[in-house]
Structures are given as C-alpha cells and as structure tokens.
Design a protein. Structure first.
Length: 193
C-alpha cells in the first residue's frame, strides 16, 4: 500500500499510473468481450468508415471496429507481455537473484553512493563557480571560489580554503568508496582471509 501511495504522490507516477490503470481496465474489458462491437466481425458495407458515434475510432479495411480491436488487442498484448515476463522472472532474474545479485548488490551500491557523492560535490562546485548553481547570498564552495577570484593576490585564503576543502572532501569520498569496495567485495574478503 505504501508503494501505491508513493507512486501516486509523485507527478509522473500519478500520470503513468493512471495511464496503466486505464489500459489494464481496457484490457480486462476487451478480454471479457465487453466491447462496443465484435472485434473480429467483418462488415464489408462499413469498410474504412470514418470515426462516428457508431464506430468511435472508425473501421479498418475489413469493416472491423477499430476501438473494439484495440481493446481486444491491448488485452492480448498485456497477456503475452505479463506472461513472458513472469515466466522469465520466475525461472531466470529467481536463480540469479538468490545466487548472484543479492549477495553482490550491497557492495557495488555502497561504493557507487560514495563515488556519486564525490561526483555530485564536484559538479555542484563547478556549476556554482560558473554562476549556474547556488546563488548569493547562499554559501557554496564553488561560489566561494568564484567570489575570491579577484582577491587572489590580496586575500589568498579566500581561494585556498574552499579549494582545499573541495579537494579533500572529494578525496575523502573516493577513498571511502575504495575502502568500502575492498571491505564489502566478497572476492576481496576471500583473498584476505
């Protein structure tokens, strides 16, 4: 229930969820045969009939109702898609999941997070330095570097401290990521034991 709440709390999740729900409803109706017309019935008299109150989306070359065929087609396509994914998931993504992924997922994600933090810090500092990130009067390391460019000769500490802080923090995140990789990687643990 939490996941549904989270999905519908997100704008794109709400839009995507509504679209999927409408398509699932149409698929169920089409599969049950609750369509405006028989999706397979051919009517030569109404061939290529333009959309109207009788045929909401018109008819095809054989006089079949396009709306009814869409509803039926959505059901067929969804059935095949869900069935094939379910079979593939149960047979394959369960063996792989239990044997490989779960055991090896924690280490790479932890390392990725620490390295991404370093990358994000550098990106934010660069954008702020260029005037595209944090704006005054707020404080940012990149903004502090940018503000101190003209004072380099008279007040070098205004440039040195933010620059060194950026460098050391990125180094720290990278070193932490390397250490976590070495500690959490099952292959590395076996080699050190």
């Amino acid at each position: 229930m939490r996941i549904v709440k989270a999905i519908f709390g997100h704008v794109s999740g709400r839009i995507g969820g509504i679209i999927v729900l409408v398509y699932v409803l149409l698929a169920i109706l089409g599969t049950l045969g609750v369509t405006p017309h028989d999706p397979l019935m051919q009517n030569r008299i109404d061939r290529l009939h333009a959309p109207s109150l009788t045929y909401w989306m018109g008819t095809d070359l054989f006089g079949r109702d396009v709306a009814s065929r869409l509803m039926h087609g959505i059901g067929e396509s969804f059935t095949v898609a869900f069935f094939s994914v379910a079979v593939a998931t149960l047979i394959g993504r369960s063996y792989i999941l239990t044997r490989h992924l779960l055991l090896n997922l924690v280490a790479p994600l932890t390392v990725q997070v620490t390295l991404a933090l370093a990358w994000s810090l550098l990106t934010e500092a660069g954008l702020s330095f260029l005037g595209l990130g944090t704006q005054p009067p707020a404080s940012s390391l990149g903004l502090m570097l940018s503000d101190s460019r003209n004072l380099m000769e008279t007040a070098p500490w205004l440039l040195i401290f933010p620059g060194v802080t950026i460098m050391i923090s990125i180094l720290g995140f990278n070193l932490l990521g390397d250490a976590l990789r070495d500690i959490l990687d099952p292959k590395m643990r076996r080699a050190t034991v």
